[in-house]
Design a protein around this ligand. Structure first.
Ligand code: SAM
Length: 506
């Protein structure tokens, strides 16, 4: 049986890739004028799906949509199928197949996802992948392709060259991985001392790789094929297959105004869109793209349409330690649960951030968000600013461009407090049982659990209250630990679980 031995030996950590969620892809496509399919009733194909860790949570939460995953590694597909069977999901199929064999028998798809595939396969497979997108994408479909970009990847390639050279004699994947980690340990300090101008870059690289998951280190730095390219070359290939660029999911990379003044001015003077993006890639020394494509025949706007933005829904988890100033447009820092910081200025945007956070992981439609924010500003801030709706739309777009808020079609409210006797959600329970330390949140983020977190999540059977959970955790943890700190830790984790939608709500 044909398989991909390297991924059978070192399976890829298969987790939700937030930016590939079809609800977000649908909304982004619409912002650029594509009439994307309703994510609740669509067909989705993922190429190089590994164990299905990205596709499966979408299939779980969107039962009326259909999901097909293709991967050449027999082991990963078999592992993924076990979880699909355990959850008895009838709307997802994982196929052990080579992209080279195409998907003519699978019909058209509204969304095609290929994350971590395009740069990591040889040129003929890249061609086939684009041809498959052109053939199998529905007329208003969106294809998401991530790929390593130049010029930024040149700096990463220095470390890759060294690691590949250092491990070249070994054939066993695990041995090569061990050698690579040893190299990072042993050479790290020397590189810092001896590498001259390159020392800061190499030091950062070494630290980055020491923290990276082993499967990433192996398949990015030790694997044979990893071919970063320029945006213009990527687009030449895509156009050759009748595909057109829609946007990148990292919207700020399309907008000259997100660069410093000098660079922004140079970029803004370049009329042709793709040439402008290429120039901005140079200025940012960009190393990664997450590009959305559609058919060449589908018209696409150059910039996001603010009128469409006003028809969409938003979700965000942004908090601020400071007292929120609703009287002036002074910038205030807001921080996501993962520590990313955003400066929010207009009182309406600050009030919107508070409103979204109070509802997270639920979504809020723009019209409701504006009404709520205007009500808060009128009551607790400068009422004259409450009517500046344009400012809210503009700042939301800015936050969206930088990843501070996410856009969606789904505005469903969701519970976000732990009940008295919490019960773990079916999907999270199955993922825990499957042996991972990562479960999927309802917002398609990867929730990594340490041992205590995984144990607590496993204990939530709907029978135990907080006292019973603390007693059970004390029995599991070091008995000399202060009971009050165990209680605090349990409470904090239960809130985290609730805000990630990991608990049953009825
Ligand atoms: C870097 S991993 C990315 C996995 C997953 N998409 C993710 O990002 O988490 C690449 C995946 O593509 C699969 N793959 C590589 N070449 C393939 C081919 N020709 N046909 C199908 N799958 C392939 C590998 O088995 C592997 O699971």
């Amino acid at each position: 049986m044909k398989t991909l031995a390297s991924y059978d030996a070192i399976p890829y950590e298969s987790i939700p890739i937030t930016e590939t969620h079809v609800d977000g892809l649908a909304a982004l496509g619409r912002l650029f004028g594509v009439s994307t399919a309703d994510p609740r009733r669509c067909r989705v194909l993922e190429l190089g799906c590994a164990e299905g860790g990205n596709l499966l949570p979408m299939a779980f939460y969107l039962p009326d949509s259909e999901f097909v995953g293709i991967d050449l590694s027999a082991r990963q597909v078999a592992d993924g199928r076990r979880l699909v069977a355990e959850l008895a999901l009838g709307n997802i199929t994982l196929l052990h197949r080579d992209v080279m064999d195409g998907a003519d028998d699978l019909g058209r798809f509204d969304y095609i996802i290929a994350h971590g595939l395009y740069s990591w396969v040889p040129a003929p497979v890249r061609e086939r992948l684009l041809a498959l997108c052109a053939t199998n994408l529905a007329p208003d479909g969106i294809a998401y392709l991530s790929w390593n970009a130049l010029p930024g990847w040149h700096t990463r390639a220095i470390m890759r060259d060294m690691l590949r050279h250092h491990t070249r004699e070994a054939s066993d994947a695990r041995v090569r991985l061990d050698m690579a980690y040893l190299f990072l340990e042993e050479y790290g300090a020397a590189l810092a001392a001896e590498a001259g101008d390159l020392a800061p870059i190499l030091e950062t690289e070494v630290e980055y790789l020491k923290q990276a998951p082993p499967s990433y280190l192996y398949h990015e730095y030790l694997t044979e094929t990893n071919e970063p390219m320029l945006f213009s070359d990527f687009m030449t290939q895509a156009r050759g297959h009748g595909l057109r660029y829609v946007a990148d999911v990292d919207l700020h990379t399309l907008l000259p105004e997100t660069l410093g003044q000098a660079a922004g001015q140079v970029a803004a003077e370049i009329d042709e869109r793709e040439a402008r993006i290429q120039a901005m890639d140079f200025m940012r020394a960009r190393r990664f793209h997450r590009s959305l494509l559609t058919h060449a025949a589908t018209p696409v706007y150059d910039v996001p349409d603010l009128a469409v933005l006003r028809t969409l829904a938003f979700h965000a988890d942004l908090s601020s330690d400071a007292e929120i100033d609703l009287r002036s447009p002074a910038a205030q820092p807001f921080v996501t649960a993962t520590g990313s910081r955003y400066a929010v200025k207009h009182p309406l945007a600050k009030a919107a951030a508070m409103w979204l956070t109070a509802r997270y992981p639920g979504g809020v439609a723009y019209t409701e968000l504006y009404q709520a924010a205007a009500g808060i500003v009128a009551t607790h801030g400068d009422a004259a600013l409450a009517t500046e709706e344009d400012a809210l739309a503009g700042e939301l777009l800015d936050l969206l461009a930088w990843g501070g808020v996410r856009v969606a079609l789904d505005a469903t409210p969701r519970a976000n407090e732990p009940p008295a006797r919490p019960r773990t959600h079916t999907l999270a329970r199955a993922q825990l049982k499957h042996g991972g330390d990562c479960v999927a949140s309802v917002r398609h983020t990867a929730v990594h659990l340490d041992e205590a977190g995984a144990h607590l999540l496993g204990l939530l059977d709907g029978q135990r209250d907080l006292d019973a959970l603390v007693t059970a955790m004390r029995a599991r943890l070091d008995p000399s630990l202060d009971p009050a700190s165990i209680r605090d830790g349990c409470e904090r984790l239960l809130w985290t679980f609730a805000r990630n939608g990991l608990l049953e709500t009825s």
